[in-house]
Design a protein around this ligand. Structure first.
Ligand SMILES: [Zn+2]
Length: 136
């Protein structure tokens, strides 16, 4: 069985390589439509952000494995949590959440449960909480 850590290293390496390929594919488009030296946005930032993501913690419960990372953006300011499921001798990603921007993780605002994350401290990249998705 591939270790969770090795799976995440392979995931980050593969994603970064995909972004590099995307950068190459993007160049002819930029050259055709924009003046020399002007970039409406820089796809290389996606490459740099992707390769900067690091595993901070692997959390194993009875049924689930979560990997908390520094996140692929802004130098580790946006922690991500990947929910993994076993797949053959390796893993697959079943969910990606980002640390709640409202409560920054603990799931509480003063004495009330944080509404955006329903107290979990995590929000799906789609903007939903785990509980909201479960109730659909
Ligand atoms: Zn929250």
């Amino acid at each position: 069985m591939q270790s969770v850590e090795d799976f995440m290293k392979e995931f980050v390496r593969s994603r970064t390589e995909s972004y590099r390929e995307w950068c190459k594919a993007y160049e002819p488009y930029i050259e055709r439509f924009y003046v020399a030296g002007y970039r409406p946005f820089n796809p290389r930032i996606s490459v740099i952000s992707s390769e900067s993501e690091r595993v901070l913690e692997v959390v194993r419960t009875k049924d689930e494995v979560y990997v908390v990372t520094s996140g692929p953006l802004s130098g580790g300011q946006h922690h991500h949590r990947y929910g993994l499921v076993a797949s053959g001798d390796s893993w697959q990603i079943a969910s990606v959440e980002v640390r709640c921007a409202v409560c920054s993780g603990p799931g509480m605002r003063k004495v009330h449960q944080c509404k955006p994350c329903n107290g979990s401290g995590w929000v799906y990249l789609s903007g939903q909480s785990r509980e909201e998705e479960a109730n659909q």
